[in-house]
Design a protein around this ligand. Structure first.
Ligand code: XBP
Ligand code: MG
Length: 238
């Protein structure tokens, strides 16, 4: 019988509703600071979320929505700088307390720690966004609660590719059958399932209508679904 050894958390949409009022707002702040008249509305951002990774998302926007855009310099460098600036604004928003954890996240983390379940983060977002979010919501020491934070460009292919989960399992010397992934999106569950991980879904604002047919369990939030460590153990047994 499989034993629950570790919980692997996605970040954006899963730990917190970061996209609409966090990353999106920060992208717009970075565009304005650069003198660009780009403005990502809530609905446009929903479409752009099909692309994972902030740098990749900016590039998709330029390719798909800005037919007349021409940049004389190195576009890769320009995107990199914009993205860095955006992450700076995101950090400010987190610091100002504009983003809080979703219901039940802190409770489940505490419960898992009390039972010596290993914890990790497997995300597409940049490392600094993860550490800023953890510090801003759970306190600085919480970074140590996670044995591994696998983030951003650490793997070449972002979700929905399974690379970030393969990387996490390998680094932690874990078998997929002994872990649960917690995700909020179809890109996330495609990634976790391709790595053979039993996956619990808590849909977020932008992902309510995603395809979650591969989920072991779908709950509105960890609290409303009464998700405990024992719930996760039962999912592995099924
Ligand atoms: C979500 C993402 C990220 C964020 C923005 O990843 O796709 O790109 O939207 O963060 P996950 P960056 O749900 O796996 O955490 O700008 O740092 O990419
Ligand atoms: Mg997510």
């Amino acid at each position: 019988m499989a034993q629950l050894e570790a919980i692997l958390f996605d970040v954006d949409g899963t730990l917190a509703e970061t996209e609409r009022d966090g990353h999106r707002v920060a992208f717009n702040m970075a565009f304005a600071a650069e003198g660009l008249d780009w403005e990502w509305s809530e609905s446009l951002y929903g479409k752009l979320l099909a692309v994972t990774g902030g740098k990749e998302r900016i590039r998709r926007y330029i390719d798909q929505y800005l037919n007349d855009f021409h940049y004389d310099g190195d576009l890769d460098e320009m995107i990199k700088a914009l993205h860095l600036s955006k992450n700076g604004y995101y950090a400010q928003l987190v610091e100002q307390g504009k983003i809080s954890l979703r219901p039940g996240v802190e409770r489940l983390i505490n419960e898992a720690r009390a039972q010596n379940i290993r914890l990790a983060i497997a995300t597409t977002t940049s490392m600094e966004n993860v550490t800023n979010l953890l510090t801003g919501t759970l306190g600085k020491e919480s970074i140590e609660w996670f044995e591994l934070i696998a983030a951003g460009d650490i793997v070449p292919a972002k979700k929905p590719a399974p690379d970030i989960y393969f990387y996490t399992l390998e680094k932690m010397q874990l078998a997929a059958e002994n872990c649960i992934a917690i995700e909020d999106s179809s890109n996330g569950i495609r990634s976790s399932r391709a790595a053979d991980l039993t996956t619990l879904i808590t849909p977020s604002i932008y992902t309510m209508d995603d395809d979650f047919s591969e989920a072991a369990l779908i709950v509105e939030t960890l609290d409303s679904g009464d998700v405990t460590v024992d719930t996760l153990r039962q999912l592995l047994d099924n």
